[in-house]
Design a protein. Structure first.
Ligand code: PAF
Length: 270
């Protein structure tokens, strides 16, 4: 495995790879969810490139950019263990050599609903860095976790609308045995908060939205934000939608999760 920090070294490493190249973009603090992404990448390509970059552009002024976990040595060990070929760990100056970009990708309507409405500019920041990292790494396939379902939908929309030559693959969410979706932000949770956070997956599995919302509201230490059934492309509320999404604050930590409704459960009306 080689680790590169500069654009020229990434370009040389990319040039040296024959066959299909897959990219897994991350902000580090890697966990088994990322490991599953790398494994899926290995199955879909000849070489795997992982990017580790905490993108300032996608954090709001009062969000956790400064305290976002940075665990580079452990991240590199995970990448090595999972058979990554190239890791790109650029600094902000490498990604944004002229400072914050003046021209950015707009997420459009997806940037205004649910996570987009709560985090103004977040998806514009995500798509801007995703497009830049795609340009720099020129992969054949890019893999994203289903856990960040709205991000995945926004990336798919960008790739369609801007004719970006890459296949986008969504990889199912990895959960702890008790149902907690893996997230880099889980490490902020105290043991008690971690226990309370289980209510998110319980709410997703409730028989209807009303019951799920009542579960969230009754959980001590949890401030519910939304529990909605939506269309997984537009993220508009839809009683026949194929996705249930949830967000809540657990202590000081905002968590999101979702449940893809299987075709077999088409008649279900949470
Ligand atoms: O999902 C993430 O970790 C980030 O949003 C991504 C896609 C790496 C862009 O910074």
């Amino acid at each position: 495995m080689i680790v590169v920090e500069k654009r020229a070294d990434l370009a040389a490493a990319r040039e040296a790879r024959a066959g299909r190249v897959a990219v897994v973009m991350t902000m580090g603090a890697l966990h088994e969810g990322h490991a599953a992404l790398v494994r899926a990448a290995r199955r879909s390509a000849d070489s795997v490139l992982v990017t580790i970059f905490v993108n300032p552009l996608q954090f709001g002024a009062h969000e956790d950019l400064d305290r976002y976990p940075r665990t580079l040595q452990a991240d590199l060990a995970l990448c090595e263990r999972e058979g990554t070929d190239v890791v790109f760990t650029p600094s902000p100056e490498v990604v944004y050599p002229e400072g914050p970009p003046v021209v950015r990708v707009s997420a459009g309507p997806l940037g205004d609903v649910l996570e987009g409405a709560r985090r103004p500019g977040h998806f514009d920041g995500v798509l801007t860095v995703v497009l830049k990292l795609l340009q720099l790494s020129r992969p054949d396939v890019a893999l994203f976790g289903q856990k960040d379902a709205q991000q995945l939908a926004a990336v798919r929309q960008m790739v369609r609308d801007l004719d970006v030559p890459v296949d986008v693959v969504g990889v199912p969410t990895v959960r702890e045995p008790d149902g907690l979706a893996l997230s880099s932000r889980n490490r902020y949770l105290s043991p008690q908060e971690r226990q309370s956070a289980l209510v998110l997956s319980r709410a997703l599995g409730a028989r209807d939205l009303q019951t799920g919302r009542a579960l969230l509201a009754a959980e001590p230490g949890v401030v519910p934000d939304y529990l909605e059934r939506v269309d997984s492309t537009t993220f508009h509320p839809d009683p026949a939608g194929d996705l249930v999404v949830v967000a809540a604050r657990v202590g000081a930590t905002r968590l999101i999760d979702n449940l893809v409704l299987p075709a077999a459960a088409e008649g279900r009306r949470p």
